[in-house]
Design a protein around this ligand. Sequence first.
Ligand SMILES: C[S@@+](CC[C@H](N)C(=O)[O-])C[C@H]1O[C@@H](n2cnc3c(N)ncnc32)[C@H](O)[C@@H]1O
Length: 281
Amino acid sequence: MNPFERIKSKIRTELEDKLPKKWKKIGDILVADFYLVPSEDQAKIAEIYANELNVKTVIQKNKVNGELRKPKNTVLLYGNDTITKISEYGLTYNIDLSEIMWSPGNTGWRSALAGPEKVSELYSFDNPETIIDYFAGIGYFSLQMAKSYSQSKIIAIDKNPKSIEYLKINAKENNIDNIEIINDDCRNIQTKADVIHLGYIGNTEDFLQHTHTSLKSNGIAIFHEAYRNSWLGFKSRSDWGGVPDNFSELMNSKGFSVEKFERVKFYGPSKSHIIARLKKN
Ligand SMILES: C[S@@+](CC[C@H](N)C(=O)[O-])C[C@H]1O[C@@H](n2cnc3c(N)ncnc32)[C@H](O)[C@@H]1O
């Protein structure tokens, strides 16, 4: 029996089609959508999921809110500890899932030089003196880049004090010391860099002007964003490869040429989360 069949076998059959068949296990916390389960049954059913899937806490799936991407009203269905530890490509991250988002779908893409070839190609820089991570969060990208480039200085910035609290813990726990951690809006940082990392989705383009000013000549920006598949020129899921013309033109207008372009994942029904390596013109 697979885990879902085991769970199902412990629950009244009339609730069967209301049970979440998919979930995300983040460290030892489960996030799933129990919305269809009648509220009086949710706690008991969440406990069954917790026991079968070996987690300490079950959280109702929710959206993230606002510029700081904070999870919206966390509802605990089982357990009460929302702090967990995640391991990825040789690093560990402590995170409070009630305060800070974590995208399981980005696993692999946060690996800098430690993971798949298409990621390490994007993240291969020639002896960078300074790398700045504008949206560092709890260190998803900063710590991996600091580990990959131990001779470089990494400046990790985030506007959310809670993320910064965890980023400091995570840097210490992973013995990363070539990092400076700053709690501020990235647009207030005037330091010049060889590489600027923009791990944000929503209005990442708005940060390109500051990125351009802050990059040294020939500097590199690693740019994340989500665009409509139709704008990117993709009609089907397999329709992928090369740099879309619209994207090249847009980046040119911002003073960058596109060196590499990849799709991270589908992002909702009609968009794709993309990552690009941009060179300052
Ligand atoms: C969505 S998270 C990054 C998620 C991450 N890419 C992942 O793989 O899970 C983006 C971070 O950017 C921070 N942020 C948003 N606007 C900012 C700004 N203007 N300056 C600095 N940090 C900012 C938020 O606080 C948040 O921690």
